[in-house]
Design a protein around this ligand. Structure first.
Ligand code: GLC
Length: 797
């Protein structure tokens, strides 16, 4: 079943049926002012932090999940009939009510048609403003004049700390003070104590937000939730919509809302427009200024155009057209947009991440940067530096770096048992990714503090990350798992060993040696080479199970991910990372990946492990917490799909790699959206495996490591366009049936147009590469040969 279509030219997804299986959301704003909006105008808004700066309420796990939100009720003054400018919350029958939602680049447009009235509401956050704009256009499509009431409804959080607002009611229900100044609502909380706007840990501070409506006469307001909804009213049937007139309630304490009632008269065929402005600050100051600035429709249009140009620019680091329209839709907008949003909000703000996860999880954040490096290398650099200062002088990393409270050099060192064995290993992807993108080798010499004490160059930070794991190895000489490796549900502790991190450590040593060779650090290179020479035989001696690689060893010697076991006999990650790390090559690599296909591949992608855990003790294998086939207990964990794709491309298997890629590609499920249930334009944390009663249903959309890895796998390994130390590599690995593709890549300030031809239907291999008419050897385009605009022709064969 299909609920919408991709409009690649406009960079929008167009939802034509509002009754989607779940709320399908989009992100507005920036890290200054963020907002989540769904196809039915649900969602919430927050200032800087979804946890500590949330001023628009959402009750997580509510029914429906996205309400309340940003509602505009419309009411016919003659008949008293009322509806909402998005299908929900009133929910008129769909044979009478038509609606369309266009989710675009940080804006959403929702149109409705009902009883001869067309509404079009555009929601966005103007660049650089801590405020959102809802532009509402109403058209009378009928033959008689109409008199309408338009009512906004937003429900405020009392305390901007999301947890206090929802849980600590004996406190938070008695702190709101509502006011109205020049028709602008002032939502005040804790108003008699000072503001402390940059201290996000401080829930007790005076705060204000405003709500204004410009462009139509205001007939009244309500700020008391009960006055508006009625004690037994609902969002679908508020008391005031039945009476038709606001009561001008000024609430103090209890629950507070923002209702502004406007009167709109429309002659047949006439369109009128008004603007709702909601933002951070006082009604009398920021509110009045906003109303003055945005009272003018041309100003709104100008800001919307600026916003689109800004986001389209961020998406144009790479554009490509392939023979697969679904892949094209992901490439045009949703793949990179998903990466940029995940980079911006980490795991802090969605309809699932309720705001309790503030701060930047180490491993997730360092990986998220991989998906945006080509697009915004200098922004990513700042984040990378922050994360390097989240590394401890022991080489381990703080599990979470709190961007507002982090104090490099002053953080306390958590015990080893609370650290993750993989956190520092991700730096060996992201630091090279930044240098390859920018050519900024000097970054390696930049001195940055450790989180607790001391400082080192970036190269020194990398060495310390390696030493952390080398210094914590177990009985087989492999790194200890500590509180978790990549898998949060594998707790191997201070003695048990992780084969996954062993492969990551191998990758780190190889990468470190490569970097040191490039910058002439011969002594360091020799150190890494020697460690690698000792390490590979240890891996070979202990990690191979016969047909695949083990997942780890418990401190009691239990082999996890072995054919000896009844549950969790084979895991995906150690097969893919064996290949990614360069440890498994040739027939061995082929055998490991063949075992993946045989035991783990499904129509939706490759399962994390199988069979799922039911009887295994949860001392180490905490996946047993979850329903079999969900999450770490054997689901199709989307994050890991990219590694399977990359591993297959490294083996030259273009058709198989693309089959895996497409299996978890959201757009490929657009015409079967009822199976996946979530947005067909974004990645998610996992898809239920076939043994789950919810097979195919996908969960935790938007914020997940899968966005970055899917993007990296698709663009850098399937299309094969990736930055390298000295230039841009073009090394496609595509389905044999593809006759070619074209792409445009921004690289070190230059534009490179690439035309790939595959006349003989091969899956991998570059026969010739021509740059601006000059035939070059190999498949690397040297950066120093690039002009401002370049034409590259690659012939595969
Ligand atoms: C979640 C976590 C991520 C972890 C993964 C596997 O996606 O955010 O850090 O690696 O689960 O447990």
């Amino acid at each position: 079943m299909q609920y919408g279509t991709f409009d690649d030219a406009a960079r929008e997804y167009v939802i034509t049926r509002p009754d989607t299986p779940r709320s399908w959301s989009n992100y507005l704003g920036s890290t200054e002012y963020g907002a989540i909006i769904t196809n039915n105008a649900g969602g919430y808004s927050f200032y800087k932090s979804a946890a500590q700066g949330r001023f628009l309420r959402v009750r997580f796990n509510n029914v429906p999940v996205d309400q309340p939100g940003r509602t505009i009720y419309l009411r016919d003054a003659e008949s008293g009939d009322f509806w909402s400018a998005a299908w929900q919350p009133v929910g008129k029958p769909l044979d009478e009510y038509k609606s369309e939602c266009r989710h675009g680049t940080a804006y959403t447009v929702i149109t409705s048609e009902y009883s001869g009235i067309r509404s079009e509401t555009t929601y966005f956050v103007p660049l650089g403003h801590a405020m959102e704009v809802w532009r509402v256009k109403l058209t009378n499509t009928g033959k008689t004049p109409r008199r309408l009431g338009a009512f906004t409804y937003v429900e405020y959080a009392n305390n901007w700390s999301s947890v206090n607002d929802l849980v600590n009611l004996q406190y938070s229900q008695f702190i709101a003070t509502m006011g109205v100044e020049d028709g602008i609502i002032d939502h005040g909380t804790n108003v008699h104590i000072p503001a402390d706007p940059d201290n996000f840990e401080n829930a007790d501070q005076g705060r204000h937000s405003f709500l204004a409506l410009v462009g139509a006469p205001i007939a009244g307001y309500d700020t008391d939730r009960t006055a508006f909804l009625g004690p037994y009213g609902t969002y679908a049937k508020p008391h005031i919509l039945e009476t038709g007139r606001c009561t001008n309630s000024l609430a103090a304490g209890d629950n507070v809302c923002g209702v502004l009632q406007a009167e709109v008269t429309l002659a047949p065929g006439e369109t009128k427009e008004f603007v709702v402005l909601m933002g951070v600050g006082r009604a009398g100051a920021e509110g009045k200024a906003a109303a003055k600035e945005f009272g003018n429709p041309a100003r709104v249009e100008e800001e919307l155009a600026k916003l689109k140009a800004y986001w389209h620019g961020r998406l144009e680091g790479l554009t490509a057209t392939t023979p697969d329209p679904a892949f094209n839709s992901m490439l045009a907008m949703w793949g990179p947009f998903n990466c940029l949003i995940t980079y911006a909000w980490s795991r802090a703000a969605s309809l699932i991440y309720a705001g309790e996860r503030d701060g930047l999880g180490y491993r997730d954040t360092v990986q998220d940067m991989l998906g945006v490096m080509h697009a915004i290398p200098s922004e990513a650099l700042k984040r990378l530096e922050l994360m390097l200062t989240g590394q401890l002088s022991t080489g381990g990393c703080m599990p979470v770096v709190k961007q507002f409270a982090h104090r490099p050099g002053h953080e306390s060192v958590p015990p080893d048992t609370e650290l993750r064995s993989d956190d520092g290993m991700w730096l060996f992807l992201t630091v090279p990714a930044y240098i390859k993108e920018s050519g900024d080798f000097a970054f390696l010499k930049k001195v940055l503090p450790y989180a607790d004490k001391g400082e080192a160059s970036v190269l020194g930070h990398l060495r310390r990350a390696i030493e952390f794991n080398l210094e914590r190895c177990g009985a087989h000489g492999l790194p200890c798992g500590l509180s978790a490796d990549w898998n949060d549900c594998i707790r191997l502790g201070a003695k048990g060993e992780t084969v996954m991190v062993a492969f990551q450590l191998r990758f780190a040593l190889k990468t470190y040696a490569e970097i040191c060779a490039l910058i002439g650090e011969a002594g360091e290179k020799a150190w890494a080479d020697a460690a690698l020479a000792r390490f590979d035989p240890l891996l070979e001696a202990s990690a191979w199970d016969g047909e695949w690689y083990l997942r780890g060893f418990g401190d009691d010697g239990i082999k996890y991910g072995s054919a000896e076991q009844k549950e969790g006999r084979i895991f995906l990650n150690t097969q893919t990372w064996a290949v990614l790390s360069g440890h498994a090559t040739g027939a061995r690599a082929g055998q490991a990946m063949a075992s993946v296909e045989k035991h783990l591949a499904t129509d939706h992608g490759v399962m994390l492990c199988t069979p799922p855990f039911v009887e295994t003790s949860m001392k180490v294998m905490r996946a047993v917490l979850f329903v079999p086939g969900m999450k770490e207990n054997g689901s199709i964990f989307t994050h890991t799909q990219g590694w399977a794709v990359i591993a297959e491309t490294m083996l030259g298997h273009g058709s198989k790699a693309y089959r895996y890629y497409r299996a978890s590609m959201p757009a490929a499920w657009n015409d079967r959206a009822e199976t996946r249930e979530i947005e067909p334009y974004v990645y998610c944390q996992f898809t239920n495996a076939p043994m789950s009663p919810r097979a195919g249903a996908s969960r935790v959309p938007w914020l997940s490591g899968s966005a970055a890895w899917a993007y990296v796998a698709g663009t850098q390994y399937v299309l094969g366009i990736r930055a390298d130390w000295q230039g841009l590599v073009v090394d496609p690995c595509i389905p044999a049936a593809w006759k070619g593709f074209s792409a445009t890549r921004r690289f070190r300030g230059k534009t490179v147009k690439i035309d790939v031809q595959n006349p003989n239907g091969v899956e991998k291999g570059v026969k010739s590469l021509t740059l601006n008419g000059e035939v070059l050897p190999g498949n690397v385009i040297p950066a120093d040969k690039l002009k401002d605009e370049n034409a590259v022709v690659v012939v595969m064969g």
